[in-house]
Design a protein around this ligand. Sequence first.
Ligand SMILES: [Zn+2]
Ligand SMILES: [Zn+2]
Ligand SMILES: [Zn+2]
Length: 151
Amino acid sequence: MADAAPLPEPWSNVPDRFRRRGLRWTPQRRTVIEVLAATDGHITGAALVERCRARDPQTIPSTVYRTLDVLEDLGLVRHGHGADGREEYHAGPGDEHGHLYCADCGGRWEIRADQADTIVDAFRGADGFEVDLSHVTVVGRCADCAASSTA
Ligand SMILES: [Zn+2]
Ligand SMILES: [Zn+2]
Ligand SMILES: [Zn+2]
């Protein structure tokens, strides 16, 4: 298959990196990359499958998930977990961050690395445990919801 238009950065060398691992580069995998490249922020695996299907009805979910696994290995995708434990993927290298979810209004915020410093240092200091911030999901109540529930 010809690699049609070049993929945008940071995805341009993905076909080569797949081939170097002995993996075939297929139109389906290309579709996954195209959808990820057009994705801003977070996307669940199911939503990714849906968007791929909108472009290519032949999309097989297992191909999408296997492609995600390889991309995560390559450091191009990272996953965290939503308030309900569902996996959510972050496209692109981006800054590592955790997630805050408000259980009342469903709002979501990012935990920046500098905000998490204290927690990360506490675990490292106590047991040498290295926290993977992108896997940190905290569920609670945002300031607005907390305020309105006590009113
Ligand atoms: Zn996970
Ligand atoms: Zn809230
Ligand atoms: Zn995030």
